[in-house]
Design a protein around this ligand. Structure first.
Ligand SMILES: N[C@@H](CCC(=O)N[C@@H](CS)C(=O)NCC(=O)O)C(=O)O
Length: 106
């Protein structure tokens, strides 16, 4: 099994889904949290200048939903049937749109 390190700020936010999926699968991971006050020192080290990122051994994966989809596959939560999997993607994409609208209002 690869070594996983999830890097985010000290909050739930866009990393919590990944944490839940690791917990669901019983997969150990390093839950590294950066103090937001220190963020300006770190920002340039990340390809998109944003968090979360997931280190998979020495490879770096950006984008919270891509990270969640990857872990969901690793813990065998995705249907094998492509159409069933597309229904899951549609639900996730729709909930992201709802969340984005809510964040904009907040
Ligand atoms: N591209 C990501 C957004 C990631 C994001 O906005 N991360 C925030 C924390 S929740 C961040 O890194 N903020 C610090 C910054 O932009 O400098 C998505 O579409 O979900």
């Amino acid at each position: 099994m690869p070594k996983y390190k999830l890097i985010y700020f000290d909050g739930r936010g866009r990393a919590e889904l990944a944490r839940w999926l690791f917990a669901y699968g019983g997969i150990p991971f390093v839950d590294e949290r950066i103090d937001f006050n220190d963020w300006p020192k770190h920002k340039a080290n990340y390809p998109t200048g944003q968090l979360p990122v997931l280190m998979i051994d020495d490879q770096l994966l950006t984008e919270p939903i891509a990270i969640a989809r990857y872990i969901a596959k690793e813990v065998d939560l995705l249907p094998k049937d492509n159409l069933e999997a597309a229904f899951c993607d549609a639900l996730v994409d729709n909930s992201v749109q709802v969340k984005n609208g809510w964040v904009r209002l907040g």
